[in-house]
Design a protein around this ligand. Structure first.
Ligand code: NAD
Length: 265
């Protein structure tokens, strides 16, 4: 559906604005397209440190303003956030890079996220929807992991993300920040960079299925960890729901899904 048709259908979104930090990334770019489809006016703020290949359409779409910049740059963030209703904060250093350069985790995840929250309060943003991670839980003590599961992050990535979860709470109490924190598990889908740490297992499945060799699953295949990138997946992000996913999606389900999507039996 064209944006103007969408707006006719949903008048209330006509002047709704969203900022997607990390909007050139895997999840951020899907999210940006989904927001535009819903009728939002979207700004993307991304330093283009990853994934530049598949976002050309975002740069030319008139409903999107593309700002090349860094969340560590507070004056730029304050400027970019003017007039924004909702911030979808996705910009981050990935887990593997944080292991190699822990200081980047502190600089980008901690300091950058603090900037995002600070600017959001300053510019009276209605809500920040922040991408946290299942890495805050560390090694699972039981499955499926729920929100009551103890948090024992075992990496600089998980530790800084957890710190940001708590920091958002602090800023909510102190300064009235409105936020929801979504702890994504393993997400995979179209346009994902193939070196993505989280999904290496899925990428290996895809490569093997395309090569018509059987995917190798360790154990029974019943282990659950994977979330699927689909239209449905975005519903909680778009509507800022705090959800606990109760449906288990196993390794075997993942292989079946990969085969189905590649139209192989
Ligand atoms: N993909 C997953 O399975 C998964 C799982 C759990 C949590 N997450 C979280 O979801 C969010 C999105 O993940 P993704 O898979 O799309 O990652 P991604 O690496 O594809 O996208 C991140 C984007 O952030 C940008 N970026 C990095 N540092 C920046 C900075 N300092 N300033 C501005 N932009 C910057 C990068 O250029 C990139 O476009 C991240 O916060 C990630 O931690 C992802």
């Amino acid at each position: 559906m064209e944006r103007k048709d969408m707006l006719k259908k949903n008048k209330s979104l006509e002047n709704t604005t969203a900022l997607v930090t990390g909007g050139a990334g895997f999840i951020g770019s899907h999210l940006t397209r989904a927001l535009v489809k819903k009728g939002y006016r979207v700004k993307v703020l991304d330093n283009i440190s990853r994934n530049v290949n598949c976002v050309q359409d975002l740069r030319t779409d008139e409903a999107i303003k593309f700002v090349k910049g860094d969340i560590c740059d507070l004056p730029l963030l304050l400027q970019t956030m003017k007039g924004i209703d909702y911030v979808f904060h996705q910009a981050s250093v990935c887990l593997r890079r944080c292991n190699a350069f822990p200081k980047e985790a502190i600089e980008v995840i901690l300091n950058g996220s603090h900037n995002v929250f600070y600017a959001a309060v300053h510019e009276k943003v209605k809500k920040v929807i922040y991408a946290s991670t299942s890495s805050v839980y560390g090694e699972p003590e039981y499955l499926p992991i729920d929100e009551k599961h103890p948090t024992n992050p075992a990496t600089p990535y998980g530790a800084t993300k957890l710190c940001v979860d708590h920091f958002a709470q602090f800023m909510a109490h102190k300064s009235g920040l409105k936020f929801v924190c979504l702890r994504y598990f393993n997400v995979y889908g179209a346009n994902q960079s193939t070196d993505a740490y989280y999904t290496s297992v899925v990428n290996v499945f895809i490569k093997r299925v395309l090569a018509r060799t059987p995917p190798i699953i360790e154990g029974s295949g019943g282990q659950s960890l994977i979330s699927l990138m689909s239209q449905m997946w975005f519903v909680p992000i778009l509507w800022h729901w705090r959800v606990t996913q109760r449906t288990r999606f196993s390794m075997l389900d993942t292989v079946r899904d990969v085969r189905l999507r590649l139209s192989l039996s």
